[in-house]
Design a protein around this ligand. Structure first.
Ligand SMILES: *[C@@H]1O[C@H](CO)[C@@H](O)[C@H](O)[C@H]1NC(C)=O
Ligand SMILES: *[C@@H]1O[C@H](CO)[C@@H](O)[C@H](O)[C@H]1NC(C)=O
Ligand SMILES: *[C@@H]1O[C@H](CO)[C@@H](O)[C@H](O)[C@H]1NC(C)=O
Ligand SMILES: *[C@@H]1O[C@H](CO)[C@@H](O)[C@H](O)[C@H]1NC(C)=O
Ligand SMILES: *[C@@H]1O[C@H](CO)[C@@H](O)[C@H](O)[C@H]1NC(C)=O
Length: 401
């Protein structure tokens, strides 16, 4: 009621100002007198208003303050539980329930935690997917190269960890990029794949744990054939490479686990002891874990491995043995089946392995733990890697017309 009264008074006051500001010059004496009257009444009214305001402690910005307070509360709720925060804002008429309005709110991002934004945009329900698309549409990528566009995009929220979510978001990104920059790539798949190549390049070049820094030539050759069967212009790839080399990608809430960590398994190598399949003797072998396989060599300098153990469908467990720090690779729920693997005989023939389990001993407890963790990570099916591989297959099999 106070507010309503105030609004009426406020309006009346403004009408006075309006009347007084448009007084003609040629007033008759009677009109002059009347005008004086109005001015006096205006003054009285203003005093009344002032008194009224003082009495009610009314501050004209109060309503705004109330609103700001609620918006702040909405943001806080959003940061704790994005869905609840959005619901609160909608229910309090602070936000319209349309994908565009919500997207704009997230894009502005004021006071919002970028991890929470990523969580909301990553939800798989239809409405959230609409918001994601509206959000991506707010990004302007015209005339930006792919690295610049990725910098902008990846800074606007924190990409969540799950493969499906990353896939959806990066697909939306690639679509938007191609829409803003027609003609740069043959297809959105090409843009998608190159985006990941760039994110991985960022890690390879800037993560101190990665010893092997790829050269620009390697980057170019790694991206052969991804433009629907054809190659991308070398100059484009060189520019992207230089840009990443000069300045790493920044991502919000960077916790040191960069994105690559989410979807690529770490490689490892080192000396381990391996128990023979037929003849139960321990042999020292140089093991390399890569591409979801465990390779072992007699010497670190050997070109050909003595054996290859694909890790698909295997499990790993710790075991007790006379040797210390042992673990074992085995087929779950199957005691007698021989693990699919191969090895090279002394005479050079490659034969199938004859192991129902592989028992391995590490030099120290720490190394045992590290190997077990790395192998576990490699064994756990990597859906993201598979999605990317499927797209690569698709674009490289396409013929450019
Ligand atoms: C907003 O709209 C969507 C669908 O249009 C609906 O599912 C959702 O419940 C609405 N949210 C609120 C808080 O009204
Ligand atoms: C954002 O949320 C994440 C996850 O809840 C949290 O780890 C992080 O510290 C938050 N960031 C800020 C700036 O509050
Ligand atoms: C790029 O690399 C830096 C250094 O390793 C890392 O902090 C950052 O998160 C990486 N960015 C992305 C998008 O992975
Ligand atoms: C792993 O299991 C799947 C499903 O049982 C099978 O199709 C595949 O051939 C197996 N792979 C290996 C290497 O044994
Ligand atoms: C594998 O080992 C079993 C005994 O553990 C033996 O009977 C079998 O002949 C071996 N197979 C090959 C191909 O060496």
């Amino acid at each position: 009621d106070i507010i309503r009264t105030f609004q009426i008074v406020w309006l009346t006051k403004n009408m006075f100002f309006f009347l007084l500001s448009s007084v003609p010059d040629d007033l008759t004496p009677e009109e002059q007198k009347e005008l004086e009257n109005i001015r006096r009444r205006k003054q009285e009214l203003l005093e009344d208003i002032q008194e009224f305001l003082n009495k009610n402690h009314y501050c004209p910005c109060r309503k705004n303050m109330q609103r700001n307070k609620q918006v702040a509360m909405g943001r806080k709720k959003f940061n704790m539980d994005p869905k609840k925060g959005i619901q609160f804002l909608i229910e309090n008429d602070l936000l319209k329930n349309t994908s565009e309005d919500i997207a704009r709110f997230l894009y502005k991002g004021e006071g919002l935690n970028k991890t929470a934004i990523g969580d909301y945009l990553g939800e798989r329900d239809d409405f959230n997917i609409q918001v994601l698309h509206a959000f991506v549409e707010l990004h302007e990528f015209t005339d930006l190269n792919l690295v610049q566009a990725l910098r902008q995009f990846l800074w606007s929220f924190r990409l969540p960890g799950e493969a499906q979510k990353i896939d959806r978001m990066m697909e939306a990104f690639a679509q938007r990029y191609c829409q803003c920059n027609p003609g740069v790539f043959q297809s959105t798949d090409t843009c998608y794949i190159l985006s990941f190549a760039i994110i991985m390049l960022n890690t390879s070049l800037h993560n101190p744990n990665v010893k092997d820094k790829p050269t620009v030539e390697r980057f170019i050759s790694m991206n052969r054939g991804i433009n629907d069967g054809g190659d991308l212009p070398e100059e484009l790839l060189r520019n992207l490479y230089e840009s990443i080399k000069n300045e790493p990608f920044k991502i919000p809430e960077d916790d040191g686990n960069d994105l690559t960590h989410t979807f690529f398994n770490p490689d490892r190598e080192g000396w381990l002891l391996k128990l023979g399949g037929r003849v139960k003797t321990w042999k020292r072998r140089w093991f390399i874990l890569t591409d979801n396989c465990l390779y072992y060599f007699e010497y670190t300098t050997d070109k050909e491995p003595r054996g290859i153990i694909p890790l698909e469908n295997l499990s790993i467990r710790e075991v007790e043995d006379k040797k210390p720090n042992c673990f074992e690779l085995f087929i779950p729920d199957n005691k007698d089946q021989v693990i699919k693997a191969c090895k090279t005989e002394a005479d050079g023939r490659v034969v199938e392995g004859n192991h129902t389990f592989y028992r391995i001993s590490a030099p120290t407890v720490e190394e045992k733990d590290e190997w077990m963790n790395s192998i576990k990570a490699a064994i756990s099916r990597d859906p993201f890697y598979e999605m990317l591989a499927a797209r690569k297959k698709k674009v490289s099999s396409m013929k450019r017309h």
